[in-house]
Each structure stands twice: as structure tokens, then as C-alpha cells.
Design a protein around this ligand. Structure first.
Ligand code: IVH
Length: 674
């Protein structure tokens, strides 16, 4: 393709196609193509744009894949405060609100006042700013007056239009104006569960809202792009007249290309409101995302100003929160589970009971402190609750109904699996089994984690088989898996020749799994899939990673002091060198695969930092080129920094580098070095 106009056309066609599939997937929930096909389309577009960089526009879907690393999110001022809502928990209070508004506005009759009822999305509030129709800024609520600029992360959300759509007359008229849209970013329940599966047990998010908040704060927008999030719009300024009613504004938002969820209603009476609340109290469990209530807003926005706000919330709106779903049942037993990292977790075994759309028979009691706080005894009647969380929890004991046969729960002082005395580290709530090397529960946990989907993905290696392999002593650590022989396996229960061969084949295939997966599979505390990817980027071989000190590790994006400590701690254990040697003998990938294809070795072993604006290459491209030449990128200056490239208007890093005696070069010198 050489004719620019044909290329232009091809690019424009691809963009439309991609945005249409985005809509079909995220808004209509009727995807027409597979994720794989979608990724191919996007790749095609990115390749074309790479060839013709002059044709890249800020609203191209290629801008959603992320890649920018934000070190600090600059603070931004909100045009008007982002208020919160007053909560109510009963229909009586909703009625009070309704009557209060009527009285304050001195309306003749309550029938004059219209309310818009919307679902209350359980996510994170953000504000989006558009200039000349283009998204220029996305910010968190912060303290209501001042939030964080998280534009790079916001752009990755498929239901955030990068350009306002121009259908509808009232819309195109105002295209040039500054437009602000507010709404909620949230995660679907299934995407949330999938995300949690990819995280180490000790770092799982409690609910989709926490996961969303955590994701929006990530520094690496490419990682944000991998987690599917949604934006639902519920507030608009700058399009339509000052007096356009709220209901019309929601319709306008849809015309501008926003997702509004579509489940809002105009209510003309208290009765209508009651019906809306009633309808969603059960129906909400069928939604793919979490809602914890209903928001009621006065439809006539001209009255909003008249009513004003208290310090925290407007007087023209209110949130009705559904009561948490509870059920009463009997505590049959408490079992103590030993995790992969030795943590002891008490788990309640319950008489099965229906709760919020599913049957519950187990629930976590978190830790011994929590059990003591509850004062729970065996055979007690307990109340369990499901609020936002996916897993129900025991919230109280029904003391009035304590049966005569109630018995104290015996708290173990030794590990239920290996009888080693338990320990409780200072400042932590959990007890641990310190027998890391020998405790069969920990060994099994490590192997199961190693084989799990986001790690080495060894499907034939399930729980029952792992139990057997560990019990009979064939496997003591993950490296033993790769030295298993067919005759040994055949002798196991429920294991014929066929299954033995299947397992060996699966293990064989797993040798090819990427180095960053292996890093995750090792089960280092706090190192999830995303962190493992960052580590692999910064340290393209395990050898380099093993030598990295704590201070140096904390300069890798998204790695804080506690993760850095835990990585160091892991590699300094006496058993690790032998384990790594054995994994090397087994032929696993202890290096990033890209490493063999180095362009040259001009940056080999050098950690490089950029500061200021690079004129010739973007940050990302420049970083890539360093890695392709054997170097690595770090984020903050330390004694170990080898080289600082200072672009235009360099920041404080330059000063620090000079103080520490780090070599500083210009962009031209950098280019020469490449
Ligand atoms: S309106 C001034 N509408 O709930 C009113 N908020 O508890 C601004 N929320 O901060 C908010 N769904 O994060 C509004 N349909 C909805 C909502 C909603 C969820 C959140 C929002 C707000 C919080 C207040």
C-alpha cells in the first residue's frame, strides 16, 4: 500500500470496525468475533499506524492498549466538587427525602416532582474531560475537590469514548465546548474472579470495587488495559442547555457514545420509586456486575442549585442501599487450612443454606483473632452475610439460640498437617506453620500453584494427583515433577499407562512456558502475574534477578519495598539454588525469550533511566531499544543506576544522579550509543 489515501481509508475502516466490536462486546453484550480475532484486528491497525505514524490520531483504538508508565499521578482540580451521596437503608427514609424535597421547593403537590431512579454501581467515581470532542483528561474523585490525573489508565477502558460521537443536533452544536462527564468505573464479577485467580492467594482483592480501585492506581497502563473495566456515565456538563433535565442528559450521554447501563427510570411518584427499588432487589443478583442500591435524583436540574448541598452530599439526590443479604445456619465444624505460604486459615463448615442466589456450606473465618472476636462455638447458630463480597462471611453468633451441646473450638498450637509448633509474626494477624520445607500442605500448595492456569498451566496435574505424588514421596518440590518416570506414575492409584503418559507430555510441554510465567509459578510472596511480567522485563534472566538487591528491585514499576523484600527473602533461602539448578537441568525457560535476539549488546548489564522529554523517540520506544540491546530500565535513581539519559526539561532525577555520581548523557549521545 503506497497511496496515502488508500492507507487512510484502510485505517479508518479498521478503526470503525474495532470500535464497533468494542460496542458489541462491552455495551450490547453480543460479541460477534472472538477475543483472538479482535486482537488480530487491533494488531493490524497498530502495524499500519507504525508504518504511517503521521496517520495516528488520539482517538484511534490503538491508543487503548496502554504502554505509558506514569510514576506519579499529577493532582488536578475539579471544576466543581465531586460530591458523595447521603445513604438511606429504608423505604421510610426514602419517603422522608421525597417529602423534604417537596417541602423545600414549596411545590404545590408531590405529583409535580419527578425523580430519576438509577442503579448504584459499586465501583470508583471518575471525571472525564473533553475538549473539541476529544478526551483530554481522566481523573479520580480524590477528596472531592482535587483528584489524581489517571488519563493513561482511563484511555484503556473500552466504554470511555476517546472522541464524542456527533449524532444528534444538540450534540454537534456544542462539539467545541468543554464537556465533562462523570460516572463510575467498575469491573464485572466474572472478570474480577478471573483477575483474582491470576494473583497470589495472599494478595487477592476482596471485591470488584477494590480490584477496580487498585487497577486505576497502577503505573503501567498496559497492565490496566489487560484488566477489563467498564465506565458507566451518570452526570454531564457542557452539552445541552443549562436546564436540560437529568433524564434527557442521560439520553444525551448515550448519543455521545457513553454507556449508561440503560436501567434508569423516570419516577413520577413515591409508588414508582418503591416499584423500581422492589424490582431490582432480587433482579440485581442476575446482573454481571455488583450494585448495592438505587440512586434517586431530582429530574429538574434547575432545582439542583436551589436545593444546594451539605458539606458532603447534594440535597437533590439520595442513595438507597439494599440491606446486606443474611441467613442463619448452624456451624457444624471448623477446619484449619494450611496455605502454600504456611498461613493457617480457619474455615467454617456450615449446614447448607440459600443466600443471595446460591447455596453456601463453607465460609472463611479469616484468622484466630476474628474467631475470638465472634466468640463462636461449635454447633452455634451463626449469621452469615454476603454484601459486596463474593465469598460470604460469618458476622455474628445468635447467642440466644446457643444449644446445650455447644463446644469451644479447639485452637491448634501445632500445624494440623505436620505438627510443627505454630508461630505468629509480630504485626500480623495470622499464625504460620514455619516448616516450609517439610510441611506436606505447603508442598502441595506450592505444586498446585505452580501447575495453575496462569502459572505453568499443567491441566492434568489436579489436586488428587498432587496429594498422591506428595504422600508417596515422589515429589518434594516443583523441580521433582520434571524427573518423574512412567513406571513410577503407573503404580499410583487411578493412574493407568495412558494418564501417566498424558501427565508426562503435559509436563514436557510446560518446559516451553515463558520465563515470566515461571517467575510467577515459583510462588514468591506478593509476586502475581503482573508483577512477574514487570520483573521479567527489568531482569531478562533469573540469574540477574537473583543478584538484584532490595533497593534496586524497588525501582521496578509497581514494586514497592515489601515486594522487593519478599523477592530478596525468597532467593536467599538455602533451598533455592538447588531448586533453580534442577529447573535448569529440566530445561525450563530461565531467560526471557527475546534475549537471544538482541540487536546488539551495547547496553548489556546497564540499568538506564530517562528523565525529561525525549524528542526523537517516545519513552516507550527508547526503553524498548535499551532492552533490545541487553540493558534494563529502572524508574528511580540509585547507586546502581548505570546511565541517566536527560531529555528536555529534565526533572529532579538529574540532580540526584549527579549527586550519586551516575553517568549522565544527552539524547544525542544516547542515540550514538544505540
Ligand atoms: S451520582 C452528586 N449516580 O456512589 C452525586 N453516583 O455514594 C454524584 N455511584 O460518589 C453521584 N452509582 O461514586 C451517582 N448512578 C449513580 C451512581 C453513583 C454509583 C457512586 C458514586 C458516588 C457514590 C456515592
Amino acid at each position: 500500500m503506497s497511496d496515502t489515501s488508500t492507507v487512510k481509508e484502510a485505517i479508518s475502516k479498521l478503526r470503525h470496525e474495532i470500535e464497533r466490536h468494542n460496542r458489541m462486546y462491552y455495551i450490547e453484550a453480543k460479541p460477534e468475533i472472538s477475543d483472538y480475532e479482535f486482537d488480530r484486528l487491533l494488531e493490524k491497525l497498530i502495524a499500519l499506524e507504525k508504518q504511517y505514524p503521521e496517520l495516528v490520531t488520539p482517538d484511534s483504538p490503538s491508543q487503548r492498549v496502554g504502554g505509558t508508565i506514569t510514576r506519579n499521578f499529577p493532582a488536578v482540580q475539579h471544576s466543581e466538587p465531586m460530591l458523595s451521596l447521603a445513604n438511606t437503608y429504608s423505604l421510610g427514609e426514602v419517603e422522608d427525602f421525597y417529602n423534604r424535597v417537596t417541602k423545600l421547593l414549596a411545590l404545590e403537590s408531590v405529583y409535580e416532582q419527578e425523580m430519576v431512579a438509577e442503579l448504584k454501581f459499586d465501583g470508583v467515581a471518575v471525571s472525564l474531560l473533553y475538549r473539541d470532542g476529544l478526551l483530554v483528561r481522566g481523573a479520580t474523585r480524590g477528596d472531592g475537590f482535587q483528584g489524581d490525573d489517571i488519563t493513561a489508565n482511563i484511555k484503556t477502558i473500552a466504554t470511555v469514548p476517546l472522541r464524542l460521537s456527533e449524532t444528534g443536533e444538540s450534540v454537534s452544536e456544542q462539539r467545541k465546548a468543554t464537556v465533562e462527564v462523570r460516572g463510575e468505573v467498575f469491573m464485572r464479577k466474572d472478570d474480577f474472579e478471573r483477575l483474582n485467580e491470576s494473583r497470589p492467594e495472599e494478595d487477592r482483592f476482596a471485591n470488584p470495587r477494590n480490584a477496580t480501585a487498585g487497577t486505576l492506581k497502577l503505573q503501567d497502563s498496559a497492565e490496566v488495559a489487560k484488566r477489563r473495566m467498564y465506565f458507566v456515565a451518570y452526570w454531564l456538563k457542557g452539552v445541552g442547555g443549562e436546564s436540560t433535565a437529568h433524564f434527557e442528559r442521560l439520553e444525551l450521554l448515550q448519543q455521545l457514545g457513553f454507556y449508561t447501563g440503560g436501567n434508569y427510570r423516570l419516577c413520577r411518584s413515591l409508588d414508582d420509586i418503591g416499584k423500581f427499588i422492589g424490582k431490582w432487589s432480587e433482579k440485581r443478583w442476575k446482573l454481571p456486575f455488583e450494585t448495592d442500591g438505587v440512586v434517586l435524583k431530582l429530574n429538574d436540574v434547575r432545582q439542583w442549585e436551589k436545593l444546594g448541598a451539605t458539606a458532603k452530599s447534594p440535597r437533590w439526590a439520595i442513595a438507597y442501599k439494599y440491606p446486606a443479604q443474611q441467613a442463619e445456619t448452624v456451624l457444624r465444624d471448623v477446619v484449619f487450612q494450611v496455605g502454600r505460604l504456611g498461613t493457617i486459615t480457619p474455615v467454617a463448615e456450615l449446614e447448607p443454606v440459600r443466600l443471595a442466589g446460591s447455596t453456601v456450606s463453607r465460609s472463611t473465618l479469616h484468622n484466630f483473632d476474628e474467631m475470638e472476636r465472634l466468640g463462636v462455638m461449635l454447633h452455634d447458630r451463626v449469621v452469615i452475610e454476603k454484601s459486596g463480597e463474593v465469598i460470604p462471611k460469618v458476622i455474628s453468633v445468635v447467642l440466644d439460640k446457643r444449644p446445650r451441646e455447644a463446644m469451644p473450638v479447639a485452637i491448634p498450637h501445632v500445624c494440623p498437617e505436620c505438627a510443627t509448633p505454630l508461630l505468629k509474626p509480630e504485626n500480623e494477624v495470622s499464625w504460620y506453620c514455619p516448616n516450609e520445607q517439610e510441611c506436606p500442605a505447603q508442598i502441595r500448595g506450592r505444586i498446585l500453584h505452580f501447575a495453575s492456569r496462569d502459572a505453568m498451566d499443567i491441566k492434568t496435574l489436579g489436586r488428587a494427583l498432587v496429594d498422591q505424588l506428595v504422600d508417596v514421596g515422589l515429589v518434594r518440590d516443583v523441580s521433582d515433577l520434571y524427573f518423574l518416570q512412567e513406571p513410577q506414575l503407573e503404580r499410583l492409584e487411578r493412574m493407568g499407562r495412558k494418564s501417566a503418559q498424558n501427565l508426562l507430555r503435559a509436563l514436557d510441554e510446560s518446559r516451553e512456558k515463558s520465563y515470566d510465567r515461571l517467575l510467577y509459578a515459583l510462588g514468591i510472596r506478593h509476586v502475581g502475574r503482573a508483577t512477574a511480567r514487570e520483573l521479567a522485563k527489568a531482569y531478562p534472566s533469573l540469574e540477574e534477578l537473583m543478584q538484584a538487591g532490595e533497593e534496586e528491585l524497588s525501582t521496578v514499576p509497581d514494586i514497592g519495598p515489601s515486594i522487593a523484600w519478599s523477592i530478596r527473602d525468597f532467593f536467599s533461602r538455602p533451598s533455592i539454588p538447588a531448586l533453580i539448578e534442577k529447573l535448569r537441568d529440566a530445561g525450563l525457560q530461565l531467560k526471557a525469550s527475546g534475549q537471544s535476539a538482541l540487536v546488539n549488546r551495547n547496553f548489556e548489564g546497564i540499568s538506564v533511566i530517562f528523565t525529561g522529554t525525549l524528542e526523537r523517540y517516545g519513552r516507550e520506544k527508547a526503553s524498548e531499544m535499551v532492552v533490545e540491546r541487553g540493558g534494563r530500565i529502572t524508574g528511580s535513581v540509585s547507586k546502581k543506576t548505570g546511565l541517566l539519559v536527560a531529555g528536555k526539561e529534565p526533572g529532579s532525577k538529574l540532580e540526584k544522579a549527579r549527586k550519586l555520581g551516575v553517568r549522565v548523557i544527552t539524547e544525542e549521545e544516547f542515540e550514538a550509543m544505540l
